[in-house]
Ligand binder design. Structure first.
Ligand SMILES: [Zn+2]
Length: 630
C-alpha cells in the first residue's frame, strides 16, 4: 500500500466517508457542511489532546464521530475506544452507525479484513483491524473501564453517564486512565447537555483552555456574531410575529435579528454567512478550519492543547423547515417546563438552569397535591408503588424535624410523614422521643407495612456528638450522620469505607447537586397513577404539607458567582424564606436513598402487584452484608 501523507479530517471524510444505506434520509456520500469543517478537523487533529463538544441534536455529531474514528484508524492506526452511556447503547451505536457506514466504505475493506465476517475480531464490542483495535463499550459497567490501553478515547453522550460508578468514582476520570502511556493521547467528549450542576460536559467545558463558537458576519452590516436564541428582552436573537393567530402562522415569520444593526436575517442567508464564518474563543483566538489558529492580531499561533466547542441546531443549513421549524417547536413547548427543558437541552444545546433564575412558585406546587390513600391518610400514607422509605433529619437548637419519603421506580417519590419534636437534642428526653420515631412503621393501601430503611441526620454544628450517639445507639448502618458541602461537582453522597474515630459512618453530601436535582424534578407534573420517573408527589394534607412546608421547599435559589480563578459558577443561596428544613429534609432523604442504591445494592423496581404482608425489600442486615469494608 502506497503511503500518502495524512490529510485533514474533513478532506478524509469527503473522500472516503459514506453514510449507512437506509439508516438516514441523506444516505450516500458524505459532504462536510461549512459549520462541520472546523469541528471535524479538530476532532482528528492530533495536536489537540482534549476536546469537549457541548452540542444540540441535529448537527450530525454521531456521523462526525464515526468519520473521525475511521479517519484515525486508517491514517494513524490509532487504537481507539468509544464509550457510550450503557452496553446497550454501545451495541446499538455499533450496529446503526459503524457497521452500516463501514459496509459502504471501500477504504475500510483495506484496513479491516474481517468486515462482513462473523468472527471474534468483528463483534459489536470489538473490531480488530490491520494494526489497530477499536472497542465500543458502555460507560456504566466499571469492568469496561479497566485493562485496555488506548491512544484515542471518544466519550459519547456523557451527560447520560452516571455521576459516579459506586466506589470506582467518576467515570470520566476512570475512562481517562485508558490513555496512560499513549504517545498522542486524544480525548473527545460530546453530548447534548442536561442540568446545570449535574452535567459532565459542564465540568469538561470548564476544564478546556479555550471555548470556540461559530461567528457569522451579518449580511447587512458585516458584524460577526454567534447565533443565540435570545428572548423578549434581547433585541437580537430569533424573532417572530406574535400577533399572528396560530403557532404555524407565527412560526412562518421566523427570522434572526442582528445584534448590531437589528435588521432581519433569514434562513436562506445562512449558508453564505457560514462560508464566511470563523470560530472564535474567549481570548479572540480564531480558526476557520480547525487546523490553523490565529490570535487577535491575525498572527499564527500554535494549536491549543484543549478546546471546548459549542454549536447548536440553528447552524444546520440542511433542515427541511429551517428556522421556522425551530420557532414552531419552541412555541409548542414553551409553556410546559418539562418540554421546555427538552428544547433547551436538545435544540439549543444549553444546560437547563432549573427555574431559570425565577423563584419556584410554592403556591403552584401546593396546588398539585394528591390523594393516594384510602380514608384516613395516617392509616395508609405509603403509595402502593413505593419500594423503600428513607428519612432525613434536620437538627435545630430547639427542635428536631424528621421528613419521611417513599421512593419507587425511577426515583419517583412521595412525602409520607413530617414529625417535629421540640426540645434540645442534648437532653435525654428528646433523644428517647426521637429514638422511638426512628422505628415508626407506615402502611401501604394494600396493607403492606414498611419501616424506614435508612436515616440521614444532619450532624453539623454543635449537636454533632449527640447525633453520633444516636447513630451508635440506633444502628451505625441505619442512622447515618451527615455533613453537607455546598459545592458543585461534589458527589451526592460520599459514604466512607470506614467508621471515623467516633465509630460512626460520617458521610459528606454534595448539597448543591442534590438541590439542583430536586429543583429540576419539581418541574415534573404527576400524571394520575401513571409512573413519572423523578416526579415528586405531595399529599393533600395541611398537617404535613401546608403553606410553610412549600415555602421552605422553595426557599433556595441560584446565584451566579465568580470563583477565585474567575470562572463563573452557580451557587445555591437561601433567598426567599428564612427557613429551609423541608428542603434539607428531602436532600437528606435523597442522600439516604443514594447510599442504599450505591453502597447497599438496592434496586428500585416497580413492586409486584400482589398482596404482601411485609414488603420492605432487603433487611438492613442483608443490605449491610453487601457493604464492603468498614
Ligand atoms: Zn447587522
Amino acid at each position: 500500500m502506497k503511503r500518502t501523507p495524512p490529510v485533514s479530517g474533513t478532506q478524509w471524510a469527503n473522500e472516503h466517508y459514506r453514510l449507512a444505506s437506509g439508516s438516514s434520509q441523506d444516505e450516500g456520500a458524505w459532504v462536510t457542511l461549512p459549520f462541520q469543517v472546523a469541528i471535524l478537523n479538530m476532532m482528528c487533529n492530533r495536536s489537540i489532546r482534549r476536546l469537549a463538544f457541548q452540542k444540540s441534536a441535529r448537527i450530525g455529531w454521531s456521523k462526525m464521530l464515526v468519520a473521525a474514528v475511521s479517519c484515525l484508524l486508517h491514517q494513524f492506526k490509532t487504537n481507539t475506544v468509544i464509550y457510550q452511556p450503557t452496553d446497550d447503547d454501545a451495541k446499538g451505536f455499533c450496529i446503526d452507525e459503524i457497521d452500516g457506514a463501514w459496509e459502504e466504505m471501500p477504504i475500510i475493506r483495506r484496513i479491516f479484513p474481517y468486515l462482513n465476517a462473523r468472527d471474534q475480531n468483528n463483534t459489536t464490542k470489538k473490531k480488530v483491524g490491520l494494526g489497530w483495535i477499536l472497542d465500543i463499550l458502555g460507560a456504566a459497567t466499571p469492568k469496561n473501564m479497566r485493562r485496555i490501553t488506548k491512544a484515542a478515547l471518544f466519550g459519547d453522550e456523557v451527560d447520560g453517564w452516571d455521576w459516579e460508578l459506586g466506589k470506582e468514582g467518576d467515570p470520566i476520570s476512570l475512562a481517562r486512565t485508558r490513555l496512560d502511556g499513549a504517545a498522542f493521547p486524544m480525548e473527545r467528549w460530546g453530548t447534548t447537555p442536561t442540568n446545570a450542576g449535574e452535567s459532565h460536559i459542564e465540568k469538561l467545558m470548564a476544564e478546556m483552555e479555550l471555548t470556540f463558537r461559530f461567528y457569522l458576519p451579518c449580511p447587512h452590516c458585516g458584524h460577526e456574531q454567534v447565533l443565540e436564541w435570545g428572548s423578549d428582552e434581547t433585541k437580537h436573537g430569533f424573532k417572530w410575529d406574535n400577533k399572528q393567530p396560530s403557532i404555524e402562522k407565527k412560526a412562518k415569520t421566523a427570522h434572526y435579528r442582528c445584534i448590531e444593526c437589528e435588521q432581519a436575517i433569514y434562513y436562506r442567508d445562512l449558508l453564505k454567512m457560514e462560508k464566511a464564518g470563523r470560530w472564535m474563543a474567549e481570548d479572540f483566538t480564531w480558526t476557520k478550519d480547525g487546523l490553523e489558529f490565529f490570535d487577535i492580531d491575525n498572527q499564527p499561533v500554535s494549536t491549543p492543547v484543549s478546546v471546548g466547542i459549542h454549536c447548536w441546531a440553528a447552524y444546520n443549513t440542511t433542515m427541511t423547515d429551517g428556522w421556522v421549524g425551530l420557532v414552531r417547536e419552541y412555541l409548542t413547548k414553551k409553556n410546559d417546563p418539562a418540554k421546555l427543558k427538552t428544547f433547551v437541552n436538545l435544540i439549543l444545546g444549553q444546560l437547563w438552569e432549573g427555574e431559570n433564575g425565577d423563584k419556584l412558585d410554592w403556591e403552584q406546587l401546593k396546588a398539585r397535591r394528591e390523594i393516594w390513600w384510602a380514608g384516613d391518610r395516617k392509616q395508609n400514607p405509603v403509595p402502593d408503588r413505593a419500594v423503600v422509605l428513607t428519612g432525613g433529619i434536620d437538627t435545630q437548637d430547639d427542635r428536631i424535624e424528621m421528613f419521611i419519603w417513599a421512593w419507587g421506580a425511577g426515583e419517583e417519590c412521595w412525602l409520607v410523614d413530617h414529625i417535629v419534636r421540640v426540645g434540645d437534642l442534648s437532653s435525654q428526653v428528646l433523644k428517647d422521643t426521637v429514638g422511638k420515631e426512628l422505628n415508626n412503621t407506615y402502611k401501604k393501601r394494600n396493607g403492606a407495612e414498611m419501616d424506614v430503611q435508612l436515616w440521614c441526620w444532619d450532624a453539623m454544628g454543635h449537636k454533632t456528638d449527640d447525633v453520633y450517639e444516636m447513630s451508635r445507639k440506633h444502628g451505625v448502618l441505619r442512622v447515618i450522620p451527615i455533613q453537607g458541602e455546598n459545592q458543585y461537582g461534589k458527589p451526592i453522597q460520599n459514604f466512607p469505607r470506614k467508621k471515623n474515630s467516633k465509630k460512626v459512618y460520617l458521610t459528606r453530601l454534595g448539597t448543591d447537586g442534590i438541590k439542583q436535582r430536586l429543583y429540576s424534578r419539581l418541574c415534573l407534573t404527576p400524571n394520575g397513577n401513571e409512573p413519572v420517573p423523578g416526579c415528586v408527589h405531595f399529599p393533600m394534607d395541611d398537617a404535613i404539607a401546608g403553606d410553610e412546608f412549600f415555602k421552605q421547599l422553595c426557599s433556595a435559589n441560584k446565584k451566579l458567582e465568580h470563583s477565585k480563578s474567575g470562572r463563573q459558577m452557580w451557587r445555591w443561596i437561601k433567598q426567599y424564606h428564612p427557613y429551609d428544613e423541608a428542603l434539607d429534609g428531602w436532600n437528606y432523604a435523597y442522600a439516604a436513598l443514594n447510599i442504599l442504591i450505591q453502597k447497599f445494592g438496592l434496586v428500585l423496581q416497580e413492586p409486584e402487584p400482589v398482596q404482601q404482608k411485609k414488603s420492605s425489600g432487603l433487611s438492613i442486615a442483608e443490605l449491610a452484608a453487601r457493604l464492603k469494608g468498614g
